[in-house]
Design a protein around this ligand. Sequence first.
Ligand code: CA
Length: 233
Amino acid sequence: MAHLLIVEDESHIADGLKFNLEAEGHEATVVDNGRKAVAYLTDADNDVDLVILDLMLPEMSGFEVARRTRAAGNFVAILMLTAKDETADVIRGLEEGADDYLTKPFRLDELLARVKGLLRRRRWDGVEGEAPGPREIRFGDVCLRLDRFELTSPRGTVNLTTREIGLLRALIDREGEAVTRGELLEEVWGLRPDTKTRVIDSFVVRLRRYIEVDPARPRHIVSVRGHGYRFVK
Ligand code: CA
């Protein structure tokens, strides 16, 4: 069972989501504006596993909610709902820290599948019938626990989001090779490789804070000028 926060001002959508998520065995809390969402997510007493975040909200947009949540150090999984297939909105949401998105109107089974995918972050490679991959990767002073989405270093332990671990893994899988931003956009975010966005760079900044002894002089995630990034063990 997981605890989901639904941030949605259209009560018929919020109620429908709550009903169906509870039917799946989850706990669901609804808030109807952006300000309340930030207050809820930055209160350490509230343990949320996944946020379903509408972008068009009263008082504060979903973008701002994602930005403030991340700025407060909360890296809970965020699934954002965009009003229409506005690529600019999708990109901005991902840059502010959302992990996945769904376009309104969405089908319920599709939303439930995304929720399941994001919640699977705690059991990486847990797809039945598939041979499990390595559960633990060590480099420098870092230990990455893939099954727990957990990264430990002398700087502390962090829970990575689906995209953070996806990006790190995509780079590690091609250790020593320069990987282009386009390849990463396609592989990790499912976006077209020619999408104009700085999402990769902002995620790399985040990852470097976790894994590099000195993020200003990265040793593990190295920039390859005009190309992308290369992972070095
Ligand atoms: Ca709305």
